[in-house]
Write a protein that binds this ligand. Sequence first.
Ligand SMILES: *Cc1c(COP(=O)(O)O)cnc(C)c1O
Length: 388
Amino acid sequence: MSFLAHLECGRCGEICDAEQLLNLCPRCHSPLLARYDLAAAGRTLRRYAMAGRPANLWRYAEILPVRVPSFRLTLGEGWTPLLPSQRVGPALGLHHLLIKEEGLNPTGSFKARGMAVAVARACELGAPAFVLPSAGNAGGALAAYASRAGRPAHIILPADTPAPFFQECTALGAQVTAIPGHIGDAGRMAREEAAENNVFLLSTLQEPYRVEGKKTMALELVEQLGGVPDVIVYPAGGGTGIVGMWKGFAEMEALGWIGPERPRMVVVQAAGCAPLVRAFHQGSEQAQPWEDPATVALGLRVPSAIADFLILRAVRESQGTAVAVSEEAIRAAWERLGRQEGILACPEGGAALAGLESLVHQGWVQPDETVVLFNTGSGYKYMETLVV
Ligand SMILES: *Cc1c(COP(=O)(O)O)cnc(C)c1O
């Protein structure tokens, strides 16, 4: 069962009823986070008694928001492999580089984790239909889970998004609209539609539960590694994964799964759209919007993140850092993952590797540290952009 207790605003601390279908904090319009009765959850959710649980993210049902088991949508999301690097790590002088291969999720990216949970919970609370602005992968994931749930979805994509992302959404039964501009422009249109019709908006961190799906990555890492890694390298756009994993580590400590140890969280962004990296190095608590965002790594083309303050807080509290990488470095690292590891990565995964390479060269990562590199999606949808 779920031990969901209430929702809490990440900025002002306002407490809200978790049985209401909500987007942002009604008082200050910041992201809402789910809170659980972790003492009670810890009585059945035990780190060394997980065998026999499903090999998908619902294995952590006690600390996920869906109450009625029949509402738990699954297409096999989560429980992805943690692969030891064969050549890329050794070439960098790293003895313990592991790659979390999120490309194996349904619809080929870790967006499946967030959408499985958010769509399931919204359906449980009565949402009749969904709308979403997307850079690509979130759209495909929503299309799949909305279809699974039997509810209509409308996905708004920037017109310059590669064709496979449109085809995927259409094939999965969603209505798709192409708009000029970037995801910020798509976001405005989606908000208007949600305000005018009875349609639930699923934008990144504008509802409380996508982040709950993403936090399961941290729980899996602890189960798969037998503990907490030293460093997590993550290509961040809207930052759901950073906010989610950081929350996941805190919840695991409350459950008695781990102690106070935490990984250093590294945010990697593309030099053509790096608002979080800029804010981190300026010492700001919030990020200014990035003008004219441009990068081949579409998931990183997010000019302003509503949870900027939560992402920056997590990176700082973890003693982590933030790095920007060039388009050339992204392409070169993407190719290395294919040729040297057998992983047909997404460009965001290439960006993460390029970021790690620059940190190794700066001496920020030590040879004996356990480093987890996230490949957040599959390369198949990007073939026309990336294949040389
Ligand atoms: C959305 C996306 C990202 C960024 O994820 P956030 O957790 O929202 O920062 C990275 N990689 C891929 C492939 C994505 O689709």
